[in-house]
Design a binder for this molecule. Structure first.
Ligand SMILES: Cc1cc2nc3c(=O)[nH]c(=O)nc-3n(C[C@H](O)[C@H](O)[C@H](O)COP(=O)(O)OP(=O)(O)OC[C@H]3O[C@@H](n4cnc5c(N)ncnc54)[C@H](O)[C@@H]3O)c2cc1C
Length: 432
């Protein structure tokens, strides 16, 4: 028997586990995750109102229904073991001792930092941490203050997710799987909200997908503006050179959508329609400095033609990408990696499937060439985990959580997420 450990049960971990399980009869595949629940960013990153995308979990969970795949939730692999309130801890060496092959599928969810004077001031939130909060991630304990004048730095889909969720009404959000306490916090001052989506590139450079722009423009009862008076009909040469050909059509669609948005005439700061939340796309503009004593009060911006503006804001969200956690895992033997932790934070969920299949084929080739089969896998690991107090979850525990969350949901909601560790522990222990 070959024992394979996969670290991470996001899309990459699930796709590779599924493929290996199908092709390697003589393998036991154990998928570890620090979270007590599987599916990585699909549960804790993808916007809670994108229910069709969330439903991809149905495809991902197939891996765990195979006889030779095991989900082991609530176990963090880390080079320097630490005490955590929500998971047990294993070192890379302990894994190596018990598994023949180790696959890293740990993602890349460390928020990239904005390098601005005063950037750590209260009221600024990186988009990854914000997404974990609005998804009810029970391993996070922050409660952001969401004000009325919100700057979002970044022109990608994660920035648009944040803008859309901040613009939606309570009735609209109640149909999502967003926890109630988050809906309350997000919608408190929603009708008076002014959101500025700030990016340093032109409209043609913006990384949004056209479907995401269209979705936000279709929201009823919001006012939408743009600062760029001259949106071109064609992609400019610098963009043509920079982005792959397969994205050209979508970028042209973006331009067509931007042209439909009215230009903001007059002062960016003062004009606002009565009683409607407003979204303004600001192009060709770089943030220079954050201002405020205790809490962010304004952001200084500079346009490409060197015009300077001080924009009053009470909340800043940075959505400028993700990178791998700076604390890397130290293995003594070669490992495989897959998905975002290998390729960086780019691409959609399905892109990880292609990468997982290719990586799995490399593993299968290596196994066919000869891998020693003298390790005992989970039996050895279980003895170590039994000495730690944390709750370790299995796939059947997840099914119990899933059922409980679906049953607890009110009519329009797909699920009412468990967002605290004590409730989750009580539920699992009651079923043991
Ligand atoms: C905010 C946000 C919204 C997104 N929305 C969409 C969308 O709408 N549509 C779309 O197609 N794509 C979306 N994406 C992209 C998509 O989520 C990624 O393509 C995908 O999740 C990457 O999969 P992964 O398995 O490589 O990483 P992840 O999904 O990040 O999974 C990594 C897993 O590894 C676990 N882990 C990490 N370190 C350890 C450790 N040391 N020990 C144990 N476990 C560990 C984590 O807990 C996690 O479960 C979004 C991404 C973000 C950040």
């Amino acid at each position: 028997m070959i024992h394979i450990a996969i670290i991470g049960s996001g899309p990459s971990g699930c796709y590779i586990a599924d493929y290996l399980a199908k092709k390697l009869d003589n393998a036991q595949i154990d998928v570890f995750d620090q979270q007590p629940t599987p599916f990585g960013l699909v549960r804790n990153g993808v916007a809670p109102d994108h229910l069709i995308t969330k439903n991809i979990t149905r495809q991902l969970e197939k891996a765990f229904t195979r006889r030779n795949v095991r989900f082991i939730g609530g176990v963090r692999i880390e080079s320097t073991p630490q005490a955590h309130s929500y998971c047990a801890s294993l070192t890379p060496l302990e894994l190596e001792k018990h598994y023949n092959i180790i696959v890293l599928a740990t993602g890349a969810t460390h928020d990239r930092q904005l390098d601005l004077p005063n950037q750590d001031i209260k009221g600024t939130y990186p988009s990854g941490a914000l997404a974990a909060w609005y998804n009810g991630d029970l391993t996070q304990n922050q409660h952001p203050y969401i004000g009325t004048k919100i700057g979002i730095i970044g022109h990608g889909n994660v920035a648009l997710d944040a803008a859309r969720l901040l613009l939606k009404t309570r009735e609209q959000l109640l149909k999502s799987d967003m926890p109630d306490h988050v809906i309350n916090a997000l919608t408190k001052s929603q009708p008076n909200r002014d959101i500025y989506l700030i990016g340093r590139g032109s409209a043609a450079n913006a990384h949004f997908s056209s479907g995401m722009i269209a979705e936000i423009l279709e929201l009823p009862n919001i006012a939408c503006y743009r600062t760029d008076t001259n949106i071109p009909e064609e992609l400019p040469p610098d963009v043509l050179k920079l982005i792959p050909k397969e994205h050209h059509r979508d970028r042209l669609k973006n331009l067509a959508l931007f042209r439909k948005i009215p230009v903001l005439n007059g002062d960016l700061v003062k004009i606002r329609p009565a009683h409607l939340p407003r979204l303004t796309f600001i192009f060709d503009t770089t943030p220079v400095k954050l201002n405020g004593e205790e809490q962010v009060e304004a952001i200084d911006l500079r346009t490409s033609d060197d015009t300077k503006t001080r924009l009053p804001i009470d909340t800043l969200i940075t959505a400028i990408g993700f990178e791998q956690s700076p604390t890397s895992l130290n293995f003594t033997e070669p490992t495989y990696s897959v998905g975002w932790c290998k390729n960086g934070a780019k691409g959609v969920i399905q892109s990880n499937r292609v990468d997982a299949v290719n990586t799995a084929r490399d593993i299968i080739n290596a196994v066919q060439q000869s891998v020693p089969c003298d390790k005992i896998g989970y039996h050895g690991i279980k003895a170590i985990l039994d000495t730690q107090p944390a709750l370790i979850t299995s796939f059947s525990d997840w099914k119990r959580i899933d059922e409980h969350e679906r049953n607890a949901a009110t009519e329009d909601k797909p699920r009412k997420k468990i967002t605290d560790y004590a409730t989750l522990t009580a539920l699992i222990n009651a079923g043991k």
